[in-house]
Structure formats: C-alpha cells, structure tokens
Design a protein around this ligand. Sequence first.
Ligand code: 4AD
Ligand code: MG
Length: 425
Amino acid sequence: MAEDTLPNQITLQGWLQNSRGNNHVRFLQIRTEGRILQVVAEKEILGEDLFQSIKSLGQETSLIISGPKVENPKAPFGWEVHLRKIEIVGASEQYPITPKEHGPDFLHNHRHLWLRSKRQLAILKIRSELSFAIREYFREFDYVLIDTPILTGSVGESAGTLFSTEYFDLGTAYLAQTGQLYLETAAFAHSKVYCFGPTFRAEKSKTRRHLTEFWMLEAETAFCSNEENIRFQDHFVRTVVARTLDRCESELTLLERNPQSIRKCLETPFPIIDYSEAIPLLQSKGESISWGEDINAERENILTAHFQSAVFVTNYPKAIKAFYMKENPKDTRTVLCADLLAPEGVGEIIGGSEREENYEKIIHRLEEEGLPVGAYDWYLDLRKYGSVPHSGFGMGLERVIAWIAGLEHVRECIPFPRMIYRLHP
Ligand code: 4AD
Ligand code: MG
C-alpha cells in the first residue's frame, strides 16, 4: 500500500477476495498485506465498459487499484478507496473456495489456497504474534537462543513415537521429538537457554490436539528447582498470552472469540495441584481412576473445569513420565514435574520437570526404559562434569493458539498441518 502524490490518493496491491453490489456500484473486498479493505467502483464515474469488466472479475484476481481514500464508518477500517484506476496483474477463474460452506476435508486439501480466507488470516496472524511475544519474553529475561538439531541419534521422549530415517553409514537417525537433551547441555554453558522450532512425533492418535509435526518452545535453566521452574512458566504463559490477546483484538473479534474468560484466568497465578491430590478429586467427581494411571484428556477437562482456570498438576508417578525427570525425594514413586493444563478442552500445553542430575539414578532409569545407554554418553557427561540442579519445560505452540483463538482443533493453528492421514499439500 503506497501513498500517492495526490492528497488522499492511495494505491492498493492485492487480490479480489470478494465482490458484491448491483448494476451501478460494486463493493470490492481487496486483500492486501493480510487485511481486507473495501474499494468502491461506480459505473457513473468509470463508464459502462470498465464497470462491466470490474463486475466480471473472478475471485482472487490480483490487482493494482488506486483512487482517493474516503472516510466511511461502515467500512472495515473506517475508510474505503473509491476506484479510479485498475490494473489486472493475474487473472483467476473458478477459484475453488467460494463464500459458500465447504467441509474440513475439502478445505484441508486446498490448504495452499485456504490460507487466504478471513479466519485463516486471523489465526496465522495470532500465531505470528504469539511467536514474537515468546521470543520477546526470553530476550527480556536474558535467555540465550540455542538452535537444537532436528536429526538426532538419541531418543528424547518415548521410543513409541519416533520417525526414523537411514543415515549414511551411521545407522538410524531420528527426527527430534524434543530439543531438551541438547538444551540441557547448553544450559551448562549459558545458564539460561531456550529453543523454538519444529518437533516430530509419530502419533497414531487422531485427536483434536495431536499433530505429527508441531512447534515447541523449550526452556532450560541451571540452578533451578521444580518450584522455580513452575513459577517461571506461570509468569511466562500469563505474559505471552496476555500480550497476544492485546495485540490481536481485531483477529479475535473476527473469530468471534470473546477473550474475557481467558483474560480472567491470566489475572492471578494458575492453581497448582499435586497428582496425588488430583486423583481423589477426580474420584470424588465419579471418575474410576486409580493412583498410577495417567490423566487422560477428558479428566484433564474435569480438572480445569473444577478450577475454572489453567492448572498445574505436579509430581506424577515415575512410571508414566520420561526417564530424565528427577525422582521426588519426598515420595520416590513420583518425579518432580508439572504439566500445565489449559481449559476449554485444550488440555496439556506444557510438560516440564526438574532433571535427574544423579549419574547412577539416570543410568538406572535409561535401563528401565530399555534405552541404549551408549547413545547418551554425551548427555550423561553433564552428570559427571559439574552437575547442578536444573529444570526446564516445553510448550506446544499450536495448543496455545487453539486456546487463545477458541479453536476446536490444532490443525488450523499451523500453516500446513501434518497428521497421521495428511501429508498433502
Ligand atoms: O510433554 P512433552 O512430550 O515434553 C517434552 O517434549 C519435554 N522434552 C519438554 C521439555 O521439558 N523440554 O511435550 C511438551 C508439549 C506438550 O505439553 C504439548 O503442549 C506439546 O508439547 N505436544 C504436542 N502438540 C501437538 N501435537 C503433539 N503430538 C504434541 N505432543 C506434545
Ligand atoms: Mg507431556
């Protein structure tokens, strides 16, 4: 969008999102820089021929339009452009996504075009703002960005959800499920570090919250206990979500998302409940769950509904958590960890823990999990050379976007979702 030399004269470069009107006046919705602006074309001013050619333009024709910028309180941004000059850059005929309703499968098959639709513009703008707020936060708190590898030789989370590929003469490489183990090594160099990038899980589940490729923010801090880790996560999540809500008011309005309830739950620290207290609470609500079982999505929902907020659940049983979590000295059946559960069916948005820093204990845990101890020699070196208490966490970006935007499924929260049944486009 460029201001021309004539006063109030403006030039828009964009695409024809939609056109309506009658035989005398057309209202063109022009998408430029991700915003949709109103352009008015009048037959009386443009003449019959030009008016008719504008009327017959196909949806998504690319155009350069200029004319005076005129105030109009009813137009999307309080102003519109009155068309004087138009240049067609690229024609578009029979654009597949029309203003009528389409099913999700059709839309996902046309994801490369669907990105241009209003709701999708809003969702990916929210994603961009949230990502920026995350980077901004870590800079404000003097964390160093460490880019961890995507191809790795050691299993980071559970062996059950690994993507693998042949790696020259060196055997099997895996796509990273987490940057954590590498981040821990960097925390011993820089004390406070984070990474932010794509992670991969060969999840066979077709739920509303699972992708096979998702973005994770991970942070790792040396000389940091589980409690300090939880306090940091609490402040981090409340800050970046609030900033995103502030910066995306028009996007939330377009998505018909009233941010009141989410803002309310950001006002004070999130409640914290111990796993061993969450189980009797769930039982008291009629759930037949016993100590030792994982808390599934439905039950996570029951907990967030109970607290009317996001909630931290701490100190899960060792047997259902990853090998690197530190044993809880007060109850050795459990580990010093916390999951942050978000309300409205979003569920776990963060998994974090204090890390086991004891050399013997962590070897024992690797063996228990049947993981090849030899592949972790570099990671175990941390426990040999100046081991310190340290903690960290990982937050799933798409789930937080789903929470902010009030979306049913994480698949709309990433430009090109990868799921068990989708690799195209
Ligand atoms: O709980 P997870 O598996 O934790 C880790 O990977 C740790 N290594 C993080 C750390 O401590 N550095 O995953 C962290 C978060 C989850 O809470 C969830 O928000 C998200 O990543 N996540 C997924 N999001 C979308 N699709 C999936 N398949 C996801 N799996 C995990
Ligand atoms: Mg987890």
